[in-house]
Design a protein around this ligand. Sequence first.
Ligand code: ADP
Length: 631
Amino acid sequence: MTTTAAPESRAFEADVAKLLRLLVHSVYSDRDVFLRELISNAADACEKLRYEAIATPALLGDDPKPKITIAIDADQRRLTVEDNGFGMDHDDLVASLGTIANSGTRAFMERVAAAKADAAEGDSAQLIGQFGVGFYSAFMVADRVDVISRRAGTDQAWIWSSDGQGSYTVAPIAAAEAPSRGTRIVLHLLEDAKTYLERYQLERIIKARSGHIPVAIALIDKPGGEAAEVGSGAALWTRPKAEITAEQYTDFYRSFAGQFDEPLLTIHTRAEGRHEYTMLLFVPGTKPFDLFDPDRKGRIKLYVKRVLITDDAELAPRYLRFVRGLVDSADLPLNVSREMIQDSPVFTAIKKGVASRILSEIEKLAKSDAAAYDTLWTAFGAVIKEGLYEDFERRPQLLELARFKTTASGAEWRTLKDYVAALKPNQTAIYYLVGEDPARIANSPHLEGFRARGIEVLLLSDPVDSFWASAGLDYEGKPFKSVTHGAAELDLIPPLETPPAPDTAAGEAVTRLIAFAKDALGDLVSDVRASDRLTTSAVCLVAPESGMDRQLERLLASAGRLPGGSKPVLEINPRHAVVTALAARSDDDKEVRDDAVRLLFDEARILDGEPPADAQAFAERLGRMLTRGLA
Ligand code: ADP
């Protein structure tokens, strides 16, 4: 390849073109983020080089110290961000800067599309700040961007260039015009972005947003000018805790993790003893958008003696995947592959230490700052609860940390300790109800008998709840039991208000009605019986004693992991007006009874959030009943 070859022109991937249009036309006011994104890419490239140089020291040549240089050329209205990191060759440039490599950027695009559908314009501009859209944010401030790069260990340098209008070019470039290693990004600034040619502006942005990246940053304020250090490149975590202010921790968290919020919890400790390592970890103040993405990796970076080994080491259990930050080990081997490191016993020991530490700090927060803990639980409780069935060893600790909405909690969170302290005499279980929609479960007929007896019920509406709650756990010797499961065992606990004494004749009629219903419904149910659970509703469906909780079964069936459709038990409220009236009708009135029983069954399904068993037949029956009633 020669330097005179015509530049090769390529179109951006469709999504990139869309993103660029958005950035160019956006009214997003906080354009400063572009600098943080470019500096963060430069720092990553420096860390990648440090890592590769462990195996191939020659890559460092005579320029071993990683650095980022930012240069202003006011006359040409140009801003340059240069690093001596790993660099990119032709194929890297095409793969990285013509497509959307970054999962955060992809999620951003999806959110923008969703915001558009909601007709919430302007929101999409705000999203830019929340997600950080990486390299492409340069086009918010520049109408042309040149990326001149040479990959470490190669001779040929390349120039990538684009005006952000749909296509870009890549061409070889003469050695003299390129950095000897790494990447130079030249921004031809827009007229209205001239503020980024002012030294104090750049210093302010760098200090605020990139002040703690582990690579030194220098600023040159005019061509041929002196380079002045802006960031020291000192890794914050290596400094003693006492010397670090809360503000510095927050700055570090923001620049290191690319976050915009305040951390809820900062954990900075040094483990000494058998293994020596430092951890600087943060619990974010807000919930990330991809917390439940099954492909989401851990976000704790692993360093060995200040060299970044990997971004996504599984350093904490999955149910703590919201934790951000890093672990820097002094005694993991540097000269083996990442995979081997992750398999080593030292790594396993560190992992254990990290999980224990995070949980004990979360515990401390729960004791010392209830309001902050509420925020933490509201954002991450649904994830932490996964630990209840994944982490057998720490289950008791997790049960203490868990918070619940209950029939007695109102807007507050309740602990299991609170729950157990409020047990009714003879109550032997911790009752819960699972469902998807918090409002619907709070109004479920299943709760009536429990409410009538003043028995508290946990209201669970996170997808994970079905799993742990039916895993056979107990707390202080009390098993968890679904109120929709099996017989309710409520007869030992008296209602708060005594119900009227049963009338034997009416009781017998209801018994006959139940027998009739069992016969009429046949295969649709596994049983029909009188209910203790119901006080105001006529009917409800419950799972048979031997069966699976209905909500869990629905979840597994919808995930294709179970055939679904096991037969429920229909419970009938013997005191309900519809039931007593129906029971009082002559046994010969088969047609009305049959319609009524089937309608009650469908009513129970609807109350459970399911459609009637046969919508057409349901409509016909309802029509017949209405006609009879209106005639
Ligand atoms: P992200 O950095 O989140 O992956 P970007 O859009 O910012 O997303 O960058 C895309 C890719 O381009 C990076 O993953 C990296 O491979 C490459 N890249 C960007 N800037 C540099 C740089 N200064 N040096 C080397 N590679 C870079």
